[in-house]
Design a binder for this molecule. Structure first.
Ligand code: NAD
Length: 490
């Protein structure tokens, strides 16, 4: 059994789940899991190594040989029970998540609920996996397609959505008849461990899911293991690129979702109060540590001054603190190393000519917490570091544009293309923006244009490497092999 405790009052060990047993790999790296709000050690995480991955992959392969024979209507039954267990334990899982990641409890519970939606959609696999058929494609010949599972699949996930992102992957893979190895971020292992415990409580047969905690060594073993057929990755762009290349070089199917630099374009006709509320949620929610967080504000023309006046006033009123405390809007960054990184970007932005019109550096929310208040850097040049690189903190860079064409050029010159939103009352401007913009997920007047579980999720350019996106019908295609059957009876 895992020794992760829901209300971790003592230091626990976060175990891996390999070959049907909870294990704490010994003699390898073990790192403390720190609550970023106060520096408290929540648990120790022993890392698995290549030998553990090999054991997990062999066990998953043996399990797959049986699991693929289970009718899909029966395969989804544990997922129905898993959905109910997740719903029952939303607060408990959310609390673990807030303690190890920092985001507010409300945000954490919303994340768990988004994960539940993934399970719901995966429960529809009997319909989603259906193929096509056509009789008499030639005289007396019928043709149909079927989808079959591909085998052992693996997922590697980031720190910022420890409940939801693994659930983008394994519910779909498992329902489609595959078995799955999940390697969560080593920064936030407790949440995904608790979620896997719930999946096992729901009655998933041993071996169908394997949880392998660790770092680079585990990832490298997953990317090269001959029994693993497909890799789903979500994380930063440099690692996504490595994962894409390495897994493909080893003959695997890969989807690798990377980092982001998301632009929010505000037209002069935008509804200002509603737009400002949306920008606040986008840029400062989860302390800016969302892959869909607004990171560059592009006010068009004369809207800049009234927009920034209202935005700064509201940003200064946001309460920064421990995400478990009611009324807190901005929790800590995931750790003090990340805070240092973000502070470095703010310094660089100012050195390159920006002006901090809202400066979160002076926020003191207490103790050893990795707190940083909302920060707005105005007069950022389009080529400046803070306009181009992913900061992943509550920092909004303002790059002013003269008109819509100018704004579109600014957005399209980015190396990234994850998400963007335009704020306007003009259908014409919104339509033109949606058509011309080189970004994967585009919102109009949205806070966060996050596709629901039944739609695909991924960006363009350096935000995504691969073909089939996460969740929705793309996940069904990704986790299955299509076969064409042609039949003639004499
Ligand atoms: P990260 O790239 O540092 O880590 C992601 C995973 O890769 C982790 O499991 C980690 O253990 C592993 N990893 C890290 N370095 C590695 C290496 N050198 N070799 C092999 N594996 C390695 O990302 P993170 O800091 O955990 O998460 C934040 C990043 O994820 C941001 O860039 C964010 O934009 C991105 N993200 C993207 C999406 C999306 O949908 N595109 C969603 C969430 C997060």
């Amino acid at each position: 059994m895992s020794t992760v405790v829901s209300e971790a009052r003592e230091v626990a060990v976060t175990s891996s789940y390999i070959a049907g047993a909870w294990v704490a790999p010994e003699g390898k790296t073990a790192q403390p899991i720190i609550n970023p709000a106060n520096g408290e050690t929540l648990a120790m995480l022993p890392y698995a190594g290549a030998a553990d991955v090999d054991r997990a992959a062999k066990s998953a392969h043996a399990a797959w040989l049986e699991w693929r024979e289970v009718p899909v209507v029966d395969r989804v039954q544990p997922l129905y029970r898993f959905k109910a267990l997740l719903e029952k334990n939303v607060r408990e899982v959310g609390t673990i998540l807030t303690r190890e990641n920092g985001k507010t409890l409300e945000d954490a519970m919303t994340e768990v609920k988004r994960g539940v939606q993934m399970v719901e959609v995966a429960c529809g696999m009997p319909s989603l996996m259906m193929g096509d058929s056509l009789n008499d494609v030639a005289k007396g010949i019928d043709c149909r397609t079927i989808r079959q599972p591909i085998g052992v699949c693996a997922g590697i996930t980031p720190f910022n959505f420890p409940a939801m992102v693994p659930l983008w992957m394994y519910p779909f893979a498992i329902a489609a008849g595959n078995t799955f190895l999940i390697k969560p971020s080593e920064r936030v292992p407790m949440t995904p461990t608790r979620v896997v415990e719930l999946l096992l409580e729901a009655g998933l047969p041993a071996g169908v899911i394997q949880l392998v905690h660790g770092g680079r060594e585990v990832v490298e073993a997953l990317l090269t293991h001959p029994l693993i057929r497909a890799i789903s990755f979500v994380g930063s762009s440099p690692i996504a690129k490595i994962v894409y290349k390495e897994a493909a070089a080893h003959g695997k199917r890969v989807q690798a979702l990377g980092g982001a630099k998301n632009h929010l374009v505000v037209m002069p006709d935008a509804d200002l109060p509603q737009t400002v509320d949306a920008i606040m949620g986008s840029a400062f929610g989860a302390a800016g540590q969302r892959c869909l967080a607004g990171s560059v504000l592009v006010p068009v023309g004369e809207v800049a001054e009234p927009l920034l006046d209202l935005l700064v006033k509201k940003a200064k009123s946001l309460r920064v603190g421990d995400g478990l405390e009611p009324g807190v809007a901005v929790g800590p960054l995931v750790g003090n190393d990340q805070k240092k990184r973000v502070l470095g970007y703010i310094d660089k932005g100012i050195a390159e000519g920006a002006k901090a019109i809202c400066d979160g550096r002076s926020i003191d929310a207490g103790g050893a917490g990795a707190f940083l208040g909302p920060t707005v850097l105005d007069h950022v040049q389009p080529g400046a570091t803070v306009a181009r690189e992913e900061i992943f903190g509550p920092v909004l860079s303002v790059v002013r544009a003269e008109n819509l064409d100018d704004a579109i050029n600014i957005v399209n010159s980015s190396d990234f293309g994850n998400t963007t939103t335009i704020y306007t009352r003009s259908g014409k401007a919104a339509r033109e923006y949606q058509n011309r913009i080189e970004v994967g997920m585009v919102g109009v007047n949205m806070t966060v244009a996050a596709p629901m579980a039944f739609f695909p999720f991924a960006g363009w350019k350096d935000s995504f490497f691969g073909d089939l996106h996460a969740h929705g019908k793309d996940a069904v295609a990704f986790y299955t092999e299509q076969k064409v059957l042609m039949t003639r009876w004499f």
